[in-house]
Design a protein around this ligand. Structure first.
Ligand code: SAM
Ligand code: SF4
Length: 429
């Protein structure tokens, strides 16, 4: 189904999504709010999933807090089937009851499908050189005010080893799009990290040819983060000179077909974006069958063309996360650094709205301030080891725990419908 995107022109993505939406809607019951209330009452427990798929009728009255529960708890074949209209309605949850119930529902689904453990991944930002010119990013090629740095392979390996000794079971290597490092260079670094211990390696280094991704995968790289940034093809082109959403999606499909666990994601509050764009962003995550997704607010950088635009809205970011958790219940959702930059309690907030991953910064101190995607990043405050012990304490205080596993996404073939027993403990059917 996703392969339909591959051959199409950029504009076809919109058309394709509409076709997909109609397919998903086929056979659904178009229920009124009253019908939904009645159906919701038939659920055995408040969290019970019932084997009925219903879809909000456009002509019905606005949703209430109570109704929001009904909508989000009801699914098809035990899995939540939200289409782009459901998603848009949920994103419009009003302050108060509606939004609270949306967040509470996402939290229950997170607990039910991926549990209380939080995966901690140490991120090393190894180069701030970038050949791209994304309008929102401080690392863009045309920002000549930024001092550039590149870590040597030895420096990257030492930082990774320190991270592993501190307790990280996943090392994330991130950079601007920097062809200085060949696929072979990256492959050797991945092999070096893997030789220290059985840890997962995630790459976040931008767009490359399929053959290059293949070499990195063969060297043992497990995961790849490449946000689609915005699912609006026209907006994508405006914000990314010389690039296209079609190519971005092709890269994500290539990564998936090579066996990477694939993370996409998007920015909330980009100039030119509206609620329907965010709904399409979440629908695209689902279409791509993402294993992970980073959803963070836009933060203006003074040395970019978007310097004068306001930052993205924190509540809308949390709503997008909460809806995405319900659309992709098995996925891993990191707390984004951008959210923690706008709100000191960003980690706790995101963890209560569907988040289950934290990515502390373990880049050597001398480079950190130079990786300035946006100013005053919260990651500048992370201690040299990323603060893994402090995070464990914070998680304990909110009834969560540090995961003892590498935190891979559950493979599709092993997914089943988690049930809730009488003690409200999670178990797999
Ligand atoms: N260069 C790689 C790429 O673009 O995939 C990885 C590094 S890039 C700095 C990581 C992420 O930073 C991007 O996916 C983008 O979503 C985010 N980002 C960049 N500028 C931002 C800004 N001003 N506000 C919020 N997020 C931003
Ligand atoms: Fe480069 Fe990534 Fe920033 Fe775009 S978002 S300018 S590709 S570092």
């Amino acid at each position: 189904m996703v392969s339909n995107i591959r051959g199409g022109e950029t504009g076809n993505i919109q058309a394709f999504k509409q076709t997909e939406v109609s397919r998903v809607c086929q056979g659904r019951v178009h229920a009124t709010i009253a019908d939904r209330r009645e159906l919701a009452k038939t659920a055995l427990t408040p969290g019970e999933l019932i084997d009925t798929s219903i879809h909000l009728d456009e002509s019905t009255e606005p949703v209430t807090g109570q109704d929001m529960f009904a909508l989000t708890e009801i699914c098809h074949d035990g899995f939540i089937e939200l289409d782009v209209r459901d998603i848009a309605r949920m994103l419009q949850a009003r302050p108060g009851d509606e939004t609270e119930s949306l967040f509470a529902c996402a939290d229950r689904i997170r607990k039910r499908f991926v549990g209380d453990s939080v995966h901690i991944r140490g991120i090393i930002e190894f180069s701030n050189y970038c050949v791209r010119n994304c309008l929102y990013c401080g690392l863009r090629r045309d920002n000549h005010k930024l001092s550039r740095y590149r870590m040597t392979p030895d420096e990257i390996l030492t930082a990774s080893q320190n991270g592993i000794q501190s307790g990280y079971r996943t090392i994330v290597l991130q950079s601007g799009e920097d062809p200085y490092y060949s696929a072979q260079d990256i492959a050797l670094i991945v092999e070096g990290i893997k030789s220290f211990r059985d840890v997962a390696v995630t790459l976040s280094i931008g767009e490359r040819a399929r053959s290059e991704y293949a070499a990195m995968r063969s060297a043992g790289a497990d995961r790849f983060l490449l946000k689609h940034e915005t699912a609006d093809a026209k907006l994508y082109q405006q914000l990314h000179p010389g690039a296209s959403l079609k190519t971005r999606v092709e890269c994500l499909q290539n990564l998936k077909s090579l066996g990477f666990q694939v993370g996409s994601g998007f920015i909330v509050g980009l100039p030119g974006q509206d609620i329907s764009t965010i709904a399409e962003d979440i629908a695209l995550l689902k279409l791509l069958d993402c294993d992970m997704a980073g959803i963070g607010p836009f933060i203006p950088h003074p040395d970019t063309p978007l310097a004068s635009y306001p930052a993205g809205d924190v509540t809308m970011t949390l709503k997008a996360l909460a809806v995405a958790r319900q659309a992709l219940p098995y996925a891993n959702f990191p707390v984004t650094t951008a959210l923690s930059t706008l709100r000191q309690d960003g980690r706790q907030l995101a963890l209560s709205c569907g988040g289950n991953v934290i990515m502390p910064n373990i880049t050597p101190a001398k480079y950190r301030a130079l990786y300035e995607i946006y100013p005053d990043s919260a990651s500048l405050k992370d201690p040299e080891d990323g603060g893994i012990r402090e995070i464990a304490g914070m998680l304990k205080a909110i009834g969560r725990e540090v995961s003892t596993t590498k935190g891979d996404t559950l493979p599709k073939e092993r997914r089943s419908i988690p049930t809730v027993d009488s003690n409200n403990h999670e178990r797999m059917r």
